[in-house]
Design a protein around this ligand. Structure first.
Ligand SMILES: [Zn+2]
Length: 380
């Protein structure tokens, strides 16, 4: 009998896609409403909790709602259902649903919000504006020559020596090992009480922090020795893993005005706001999903002519001017929609091998903004 998928099972898969330790320190990510052991019959992915999204929760039992923006951001001092947050939390509970937030950890993750936005805009060879990293370790062990392949394969199978583009990466070097087995020991080689010298290999592999425990288990299980020698060293600075914002070459050398129209078209925005000289040529551009104001200086330093982002205020616009940057503010929802779409797609793929099929639906959230007919600025 196949077990139903639980919230915890989905969380585990989500954590692979968007490791929680990538989230900013001020952020709130993970399970926000519900229980880890709750059954999940359907997953809904949406930008945020709105009343339209909540209405969809009651349609099917055991729904897990995954939103980009956390519903609970500031600590609640009361769950009062006459106030918006309390009412929305109560609505999730009343629908028997659970809620998970996947926010700045998804912004930074490879394939996340900022990669999805850069891809939607056609930015060429995008690199993180502000790189992120994850804990990584070097694992070494001494292995008899004949067992090297077995141990290396077992560790690789558990995820050692793997990155986004490589797997089974390892290094080994030969040397001499010694030991003396004491009474009660059952050495794979050599006799109890004898000083034994053997030719062995020192095998080294790099391991993602998340997979370290599994790799060590695999090493110990595959190693022929009763008490294998092994060690773990932390990699200083960790392993590069996505980051905030992206910067790369703009798909065509074109004036800011044409680039703005390209952005509007690519993101399906009703209108965009533009800061800077409309005739200036854009060759290199940065993009940041959602509010990218904190990365303006970094974008300028990275040689960007243009920043595509959202939530640009008056003073941010003045700062951009002073930095010699053009900015296209395409809207918060618009710049994050590609990332929400990508999250639904990744989650769908990650849940494919689940014992019980779990449909993943994406709910479009309408922009809170509408545009009244614009007319040329009077300069007043
Ligand atoms: Zn956002």
């Amino acid at each position: 009998v196949s077990e139903a998928i639980r919230v915890l099972d989905v969380l585990r898969r989500l954590d692979r896609l968007a490791p929680p330790d990538l989230a900013e320190s001020w952020d709130r990510v993970g399970l926000q409403v519900g229980r880890p052991d709750q059954a999940v019959a359907r997953v809904i992915v949406a930008l945020e909790v709105t009343d339209d999204v909540l209405a969809e929760l009651g349609v099917q039992q055991d729904t897990l709602l995954v939103t980009h923006h956390p519903l609970l951001f500031r600590p609640l001092d009361a769950v009062r259902t006459d106030r918006p947050e309390g009412r929305q939390v109560a609505a999730v509970l009343a629908a028997g649903a659970a809620l998970v937030a996947c926010h700045t950890n998804w912004d930074k993750a490879p394939g996340g919000t900022d990669d999805a936005l850069a891809e939607a805009l056609g930015i060429i060879a995008p690199r993180p504006l502000e790189g992120a990293s994850r804990p990584a370790f070097g694992v070494w062990t001494m292995v008899p020559e004949d067992d090297l392949d077995t141990v290396r394969e077992a560790m690789a199978e558990a995820g050692a020596g793997a990155s986004a583009r490589y797997r089974r990466a390892s290094f080994s070097v030969g040397g001499e090992s010694t030991f003396e087995a004491l009474a009660g020991a059952q050495p794979a080689h050599g006799a109890v009480g004898a000083f034994t010298l053997r030719h062995e290999r020192r095998l080294e592999m790099v391991v993602d922090g998340e997979r370290l425990a599994g790799v060590l288990r695999a090493l110990l299980a595959a190693h022929p020795y009763e008490e294998p020698a092994y060690g773990v060293v932390a990699l200083h600075g960790g392993w590069p893993f996505g980051g905030l914002g992206r910067v790369g070459d703009w798909p065509a050398d074109e004036p800011v005005a044409a680039a703005a129209e390209r952005v509007r078209e690519a993101l399906g925005a009703q209108a965009v706001r533009v800061v800077g000289d409309a005739r200036r040529t854009v060759r290199r551009a940065a993009s940041v999903g959602g509010s990218g104001r904190s990365l303006l200086a970094r974008a300028a330093a990275a040689g960007a002519d243009l920043v595509v982002t959202a939530d640009i205020g008056h003073h941010d616009a003045r700062l951009a001017e002073a930095l010699g940057l053009a900015v296209v503010d395409a809207g918060h929802r618009e710049t994050e929609a590609p990332g929400v779409h990508a999250l639904a797609g990744r989650l769908r793929a990650a849940l494919k091998d689940a014992d019980v099929p779990v449909p993943v639906d994406q709910l479009a959230v309408a922009s809170p903004f509408a545009f009244a007919a614009a007319r040329p600025s009077q300069g007043r």
